[in-house]
Structures are given as C-alpha cells and as structure tokens.
Design a protein around this ligand. Structure first.
Ligand SMILES: NC(=O)CC[C@H](N)C(=O)O
Length: 392
C-alpha cells in the first residue's frame, strides 16, 4: 500500500470490511443492505449527486468510492433516480451517513440503500484508497457488511482475486430494457418538477445499453419523441420504427465486449444516412464501428469537473464524466474520423465526428445528473439534425 499515515478509526463500529484483491483490508461501518458485493473499485470526485451516481447503470460491476466526505447529507428521493434500481454493486464513504437535510429528501441514504439491496461502508480513509487507485489502477475488491462483524478475510480476498474484472466483460444486456418503450418526460424544473413533451418535431430511437433517464429527458426537452429499444435490437428492427435519428446510450462494462453483438447494427446505421449520436459507451462503440480501438484506462475519469477542449472553437467546457475505457488515438484519421475534443486532464479523446458531422459522439455525459450543464446544447443540435432529416 501507499506510504501514507492512516487515521485511527478504531472507535467506530466494525460492521463492514472492504477487501482488495492485493490482500489489503479496510475496516468500517456497514451502510444499507447486509451481505457481500464484489466489483471493480473506482472513485468519483463529484461533490453532489450521489443518488444519481449510484443509479447510473454505467456503474454495473463497480464499487464506487466517493472522495467527497459528506455522502448522504441531502437524503434520497424518488425523482433523482437515473434508472429503476441502483446498478453500482456498492459504495465506500469517509464519514458516517448523517441525518438528511433537504426539502426534497424522502428517505435517508441508509434506509434507501437497505431498501435497494445496496451495500455501503463508511469510516474508510477514502483519500488513501483513492491514491492507491491512482498509483496502481482500479483494483477488484469485495465489500462485506455483517452486523455481528464476523468476516472470513482470506475467503473475501480469494473472492476479490477470482472475480474476472471488467476487462472483456459485457454488462450492457443486464441493465438494458427487455422491451421497447416510449419516452416523453422533459427536464426537471423548480416549479412543477418534470414536464411532458406535447409537440414533437422528430422521432429518435435510443438504443439502451444502460441509459440514464436525464439523457431521455434532454432529448424530450429538445423536442424529440423517443422510443427506447433493447441493446440487442437489430438494424432492421430499428428501421421498422421509422426513426429520424438514432441515439447510442452510455452503459457499463467493456465496449469491445458489447461491440461483439452491436457492431453490425451500428455499421448499418452509419451506412444508412441517418444522424447518429453516441454518449460514453455509445461513443466508444461508435469509435469501434468507425474502425477505431478502445483501451482500458489506469484510473478512469469519474467526477463533475472534467475540463474538455473543443479543438475547432477552442472553447473549454466543464463536464461530468464516468468512464474507465477510452477510444485510442492511433488509427482514426485513416478511417475519416475526426477527433473534435480532448480532455485537459490527460489528453484522451472526448469527442468524435464522421460523415461531415452526421455521426458524432462525446465521451462525457452532457446530460449531467450530476454535474455541469455546459453541454446541454448537444441534445438540441442532435434533435435539429433529426428534425431536418425528417423533412427531407
Ligand atoms: N458511462 C459510460 O457509458 C461508461 C462506458 C464504459 N463502461 C466505461 O467505463 O468506459
């Protein structure tokens, strides 16, 4: 482990452990459901929006370490769910969960997590854990929560060691919808909450690899009627719905694994002449379909303040991110694909464009939830394209 001083947390209850595959053990206090959860330990630096993060389906297979210490302070509610159930396998926090204080709160994080079958651990030196991830990459690990504090540590280490890891793992099918459904809910507003689209100017088919609801709300607020379809929908089935444009969603796992079945559909879409927009996993699979390659990152990008530079305009926007894979730079130019945005943190690819902008994608999450709304305009740009495609 890193050579850092650790705080004495021994006065806390020891009802949970976080065990990493390298054998290191963090003791703490259990939150929510009891039992064991195995996954990749990543970290997210956002200071708000823990409920949206925990319910973002892209986190399937992962245990989230929150670097912000006060997690649970605004409670939870029914409105801030990004999917029907949390996809993350568990979460790690520094401070004990406090009593919620917010006018929108309905349940404490503790009660909500119990209800959702989600396991958490508090009292962990999250700064130390984060530095470990930064230095050595995201490890596999197990959280165990037992009210009697009985843990078989060697068995937990073994469980972490034998978990295959996210590299090569297909998870989109697990979190995707099983049947198509329509979406018309628009963005939340202080007065009136969520709204409803009444006059659509385009029809978009959204392929659900683990879609966040705020993406759908942004599309609806920009004037699109949306039909959400399962991850394994074929090109022919999509075309039977007569879309004006097709959206490829965010989602969990290794994009190369999901590309295993989604590539033929996306290649046909590219050839079809329809506008196509991809976010995060959708961006990565689009990159693969355009002839690129994806790689696993050392620590990934997860937070709400990631600066991204648009190469053409020079404009810098602050973005929400959540990804552990990225499109590699090597061979895109030969395929006629332009890199349009770069991360100002590490220079990785943040956006792609092909076919004169008819096909475009971003690595960040322009829908925020949580995070800055600097890139909300991407949704109206896409719906504009869809609307003009529908008139021709
Ligand atoms: N948010 C996402 O769509 C994540 C994409 C992919 N699973 C990654 O970790 O890079």
């Amino acid at each position: 482990m890193d050579d850092l001083p650790t705080e004495d947390l021994s006065n806390r209850l020891k009802t949970a452990v976080l065990v990493l595959a390298d054998g290191s053990v963090y003791h703490g206090e259990g939150i929510g459901a009891t039992g064991e959860a195995v996954g990749e330990i990543c970290f997210n630096t956002a200071m708000t929006g823990y409920q949206e993060i925990l319910t973002d389906p892209s986190y399937a297979g992962q245990i989230i370490t929150f670097t912000f210490p006060h997690i649970g302070n605004v409670g939870t509610n029914r409105e801030d769910m990004e999917s029907a159930t949390p996809a993350a396998r568990g979460f790690v926090v520094r401070e004990p969960v406090p009593a919620p204080s917010n006018w929108r709160s309905e349940h404490s994080l503790e009660d909500w997590a119990k209800d959702q079958g989600l396991i958490g651990i508090s009292g962990v030196d999250t700064r130390r854990l984060t530095r470990h991830i930064r230095a050595h990459g995201a490890p596999n690990g197990v959280i165990a929560h037992d009210r009697a504090g009985q843990f078989d540590l060697p068995a937990l280490v073994e469980k972490a060691r034998t978990w295959p890891g996210l590299h090569g793992m297909e998870l989109a099918r697990d979190v995707s919808t099983s049947t198509p459904y329509p979406w018309q809910e628009t963005l939340w507003q202080r007065e009136g909450g969520y709204g409803r689209l009444d006059q659509a100017r385009a029809h978009i088919v959204a392929v659900d690899f683990g879609i966040k609801r705020n993406i759908l709300r942004n599309l609806a607020s920009a004037g699109a009627r949306v039909t959400v379809v399962p991850a394994e929908t074929s090109f022919t089935e999509i075309m039977a719905l007569a879309p004006d444009a097709v959206f490829l969603s965010n989602g969990p796992g290794d994009p190369a694994a999901t590309a295993g079945y989604a590539l033929p559909m996306i290649k046909d879409l590219i050839a079809s002449g329809l506008p196509v927009f991809g976010i995060c996993l959708g961006h990565q699979i689009l990159g693969l379909a355009l002839g690129g390659r994806t790689v696993k990152m050392q620590q990934g990008h997860r937070g709400a303040n990631h600066p991204v530079k648009d190469i053409e305009s020079g404009r810098v926007s602050i973005t929400a991110m959540n990804h552990g894979f990225a499109v590699a730079k090597d061979n895109l130019a030969e395929q006629g694909v332009a890199i349009t945005q770069l991360s100002l943190f590490d220079g990785t690819i943040c956006a792609l464009k092909a076919k004169d902008g008819r096909i475009f994608s971003v690595q960040q999450h322009p829908e925020a939830s949580p995070g800055p709304q600097d890139n909300f305009d991407l949704f109206s740009r896409f719906v504009d394209q869809a609307a003009s495609a529908s008139q021709t």
